[in-house]
Design a protein around this ligand. Structure first.
Ligand code: T6T
Length: 348
């Protein structure tokens, strides 16, 4: 901004056309000012891009994303502020924190995991309208298609996160292998208005439907509360004594579901596919309480979001940011869990 103003034609014209003694002095004075300003330009030009990271909830997935963001930000020389981590999932917890942050300071770029497909649209639009570019990480608003015309959610630069539908489907395929492609399976989910979670359920449901001898006995929503996930899974196991496999589809639902299976004495008998590579899920895999752990790449999501956002801010006219950037998954099994090449995928 400052650079543009100094270079702007508005400062120059009068000096060129006027020639009196007074004007000469004025010109000299002006040139001195201009030289000082020119010397000061590099300082202004280096004004740091300011990034705000707004996580979804306090959990190891977002702590790992924060590390990826900070490491990349240090590399490219931008400053990052991390908003307070919401203690529980949901727009009612996330939006007040977000709004307080943007009321205190102005950011060039917001990296946010929206906790609801609908409820975050208006608050994010207001922030965007004030001049902050937005990249949604891990979750999206609307239906994720930020280039579709005529919507009220077409303003974020990009969605950078997992293909959760694909992951859910792959978990169904893995679980099918573990249970011999037959029997009842159950899914412990979290929040029905969260894009990541809903896509995982859809993918898992579609995946199970491909096996004629498998049945999805139930899907429960724990609202990202581990204790609730544990209780719901226990209740499902009591109602359907013939459940042979469970998909726990994020940190808290996976950890709660596993605890329920362990408490019911069914560990090993009920096959467990867990989403999110927390230390707890990896530990349960090693102990035989779980059979497969899907790792997302939260650090990479964060780093990519910094890269694209900063590239764009530095050259808005020429940089075209892809509307979706999808890092893949890594799958932990008991065979590869101690493999050195797999260790970077554990969330820490
Ligand atoms: O699974 C991640 C994230 O992808 C999801 O959107 C919300 O839950 C987690 O943060 C894990 O707790």
């Amino acid at each position: 901004m400052v650079l543009a103003a100094l270079r702007g034609p508005a400062l120059v014209p009068d000096i060129i056309v006027q020639g009196s003694m007074y004007m000469k002095k004025t010109i000299v004075a002006f040139l001195v000012v201009l030289m000082i300003a020119a010397l000061a330009v590099p300082t202004f030009a280096q004004a740091q891009i300011k990034v705000l990271f707004m996580p979804g909830v306090a959990d190891p997935f977002y702590y790992t994303m924060e590390k990826g963001i900070k490491a990349e930000a240090a590399k490219v020389g931008v400053s990052v502020t991390v908003a307070e981590y919401p203690k529980a999932w949901g727009p009612e917890n996330q939006v007040p924190i977000l709004q307080a942050m943007v009321a205190k300071d102005k950011y060039d770029l917001l990296l946010i995991a929206p906790t609801s497909v609908d409820a975050l649209k208006a608050p994010l639009k207001a922030i965007y309208d004030q001049g902050t570019e937005i990249i949604t990480v891990d979750t999206y608003i609307g239906d994720s298609n930020y280039s579709k015309a005529g919507t009220d959610y077409g303003f974020p630069l990009s969605y950078i996160g997992s293909d959760n539908y694909l992951g859910g489907k792959q978990m169904a395929e893995q679980l099918a292998k573990l249970v011999g492609e037959k029997g009842k399976v159950y899914c412990e989910a979290t929040n029905p208005d969260t894009s990541s979670v809903v896509d995982r359920v859809k993918g898992f449901t579609a995946g199970v439907a491909e096996y004629p001898n498998m049945l999805l006995a139930g899907v429960e929503w724990c609202l990202d509360v581990q204790q609730k996930a544990q209780e719901q899974t226990l209740a499902a196991l009591q109602i359907n004594k013939d459940i042979v496999g469970i998909f726990g589809l994020n940190v808290f639902s996976a950890q709660g579901a596993t605890q329920a299976v362990v408490n019911a004495g069914l560990s090993g008998a009920v096959k467990m596919c867990l989403w999110d590579a927390t230390l707890s899920n990896i530990d349960n895999l090693k102990k035989g309480n779980a059979d497969l752990v899907l790792a997302q790449k939260p650090g990479e999501m964060g780093a990519l979001a910094i890269d694209w956002g900063v590239k764009y801010l530095k050259d808005k006219k020429n940089v075209k940011v892809p509307k979706k950037v999808i890092p893949g998954f890594a799958f932990f099994t008991r065979q590869n869990v101690n493999d050195p090449a797999m260790q970077p995928f554990i969330y820490q």
